[in-house]
Design a binder for this molecule. Structure first.
Ligand SMILES: *Cc1c(COP(=O)(O)O)cnc(C)c1O
Length: 426
């Protein structure tokens, strides 16, 4: 497959843009090769600047549940934009989208819109700290909640729990308030509660940033109890799983009520939108009702809101799509597993609604350390060979894959046919 134009554009981009990309994973560093420059997308497919077509299992990292250039979302954006792009004053569409979201989550009363998932989690944590009056927070190894300072932590040295910065530029004074627990391991959470003065726990109830690892229901129930007992605010980060794993994210699958939920990705229908929502007694502390400050020039932007609204309306009108998306995800993953078995390649997978994750691991992983036991070299080879056959999977073994409604059974079939060839030399 010829990708000369992508190579040229990447070289040029690197002269002006750091690493040639505006978000690191796009640089293909962990799988090697040159990033594909995209010209356009339609439905399940994208076309690159060399006119190669790819079946897209990334879908902008989650937002595009209806695929690229969906007619209804496109129409909503164009109609809204004709009346101006931004006012910095309230518009009706914000309330309409707020109602549509909150209707799905009876345990959440109020919402605030922001412009990214990072902003949503960062602001939710501020509110949680403000309300609880306690500075320490717990996050989980392998959980990703955006790039704000107090969340860029890795396991510190010594006797567990307190994190140290995982990036230069983050003061250790900030991360000393972030305690690290192991996913699906309630004992490690208890240790954190004992070690610090914990006001907030943030977790992806369906983790989508260490490939796909759903939390056990029992674990989340115990976590819920621990937070209640210790006066800590429980935040479910559903920036990825919200409207993806099911219409109501993890809540739709498990029915567990967190105190706050963060949203992003699908909620903007491909435009930059994030949101955090919570119970009334928590959200009333947020400015302008309360003293906890948070603001945004483009927050609730009407163009972005109308894209999100068009997307959410379609999802609510067709809740059965999740069954269909999950069937397709399972056919794909079961197919991969069978092919791997034929070729004696260790393989495990998880599916939740339209999300899938797989591992070239000997045993089925339940947390980040176990995910890391996988064969990254094998993933890199898988990635580049599937790409050459026209299948666009995430350029990292630690990402979730996405099915969109524009994918057909024959698209899945074609993927399996290609993988059957690729697997022989994996
Ligand atoms: C993507 C993601 C974020 C960050 O969202 P951005 O819009 O990239 O800032 C936060 N939390 C989770 C669970 C995510 O998947």
């Amino acid at each position: 497959m010829n990708r000369e134009n992508s190579k040229k554009l990447f070289k040029d981009a690197q002269k002006y843009i750091v690493g040639g990309v505006n978000s690191p994973v796009r640089a293909f560093q962990s799988v090697g090769g040159t990033p594909v420059f995209i010209k356009k997308g339609k439905g399940a497919y994208i076309t690159d600047v060399d006119d190669n077509q790819y079946l897209d299992y990334i879908q902008s990292w989650g937002p595009l549940i209806f695929g690229h250039a969906d007619k209804d979302i496109e129409k909503a954006i164009i109609e809204t934009i004709k009346n101006g792009t931004s006012f910095g004053a309230p518009t009706e569409v914000e309330t309409i989208l707020a109602k549509e979201v909150l209707e799905l989550f009876p345990h959440l009363d109020k919402i605030r819109f922001v412009s990214s998932g990072t902003e949503a989690t960062m602001s939710a944590i501020r509110v949680a700290r403000g309300v609880s009056g306690k500075d320490d927070i717990i996050k989980f190894k392998g959980g990703y909640h955006g790039h704000s300072d107090s969340l860029l932590v890795s396991a510190g040295s010594g006797a567990v729990t307190f994190g140290s910065p995982s990036s230069p530029g983050v003061p250790a004074d900030f991360t000393k308030h972030t305690l690290l627990a192991d996913y699906n391991n309630i004992e490690s959470v208890k240790k954190c509660f004992e070690a610090g003065n914990v006001g907030c726990v943030i977790i992806e109830p369906i983790a989508g940033n260490m490939s796909l690892i759903p939390a056990d229901k029992e674990f989340l129930l115990e976590l819920r109890e621990l937070c209640t007992k210790n006066g800590a605010v429980l935040i479910f980060d559903e920036v990825m799983s919200g409207f993806r794993a099911s219409l109501k994210g993890s809540y739709g699958l498990l029915g567990i009520e967190s105190d706050m939920v963060t949203f992003g990705k699908v909620i903007g229908g491909g435009m930059p939108v994030g949101a955090f929502a919570g119970k009334a007694e928590i959200m009333k502390e947020l400015s302008p009702e309360g003293p906890i400050y948070q603001a945004g020039t483009l927050s609730g932007n009407p163009v972005a809101m109308s894209a999100g609204l068009a997307s959410l309306k379609k999802l609510k009108e067709n809740p059965a799509i999740y069954t269909d998306l999950e069937i397709k995800a399972n056919v794909l993953m079961k197919g991969f597993k069978d092919i791997c078995e034929e070729n004696s390649i260790p393989f495990h997978y998880n599916v939740r609604g339209s999300m899938f994750g797989f591992f070239f691991n000997e045993k089925h992983p339940k947390n980040f350390d176990e995910v890391c036991e996988g064969d990254e070299k094998r993933y890199a080879k898988f990635h580049s060979e599937m790409l050459d056959k026209g299948f666009y999977f995430a350029p990292s073994a630690y990402e979730t894959g996405f099915i969109c409604t524009a994918m057909s059974d024959s698209d899945i079939d074609k993927t399996l046919t290609a993988f059957r060839e690729v697997a022989k030399s994996l």
